[in-house]
Design a protein around this ligand. Sequence first.
Ligand code: AMP
Length: 244
Amino acid sequence: MGKSGCSFILLELLLLQCLISLGQGYDFFYFVQQWPGSYCDTKRSCCYPTAGKPAANFTIHGLWPNYNNATYPSNCNKNSPYDGTKVNDNQSTTLIKMDRTIVVVSDLFSRLEVSWATLACPTNNGTKFWSHEWEKHGTCSESVLDQHSYFEATLNIKDKVNLLHILEAAGIRPDDNFYKVEDIKEAIKAGTGYDAAVECNSDPSRNGQLFQVYLCVDASAKDLIECPVLPKRKCKSSIQFPIF
Ligand code: AMP
């Protein structure tokens, strides 16, 4: 093959690589969980969702496409609004017979209510929070995950990473006590194998509290990975883990 043939193939490969990365449009995800006790223990306070007070467990804030250079895309497709019928994909609806009762278990909504609970006021069923997360973040990974897959993949990661369990195994409990941020990070590293970023908020008395935990997930939203870049979040050295 001549020199010009080689250059042509190289150019084609380069173009292909560009098209692949353009199609995907992000490098990895931040998987962000929050502690409801901290979300609620602020001046702004919170409202429990229509389904009732969430369990005392970490809940999902979001799965956010991000670039390796610490920037992120947002609101990537105005033509893809949140659509509950797509999220819940009724084809997967299951019927379970218990005694003589037929219980309809909807596909994702029941899981979203438990693991991706809204705490915004006024009380609502979560649609507003989930549409915000889909439209701002989910649309930016739509070439890889459609609405149903985006929510399902996020819920599956949540089920794999039991943050409360991991922290409790290290003696770090939601008991209003104060814990060193470094100990919290170390416990998460020991439990997941990966470094995490911790974000704090302030209660009305200006105590720093454990608010959100960032872990990284590969671009197909299947596995945790080491963060290409950790978000910079400031916390006091000792923070409260409030009761919820
Ligand atoms: P984001 O734009 O994805 O960074 O999310 C920020 C938005 O999510 C803000 O409007 C927050 O008020 C909202 N938010 C964060 N956590 C919750 C929650 N648990 N329930 C309802 N809204 C929330």
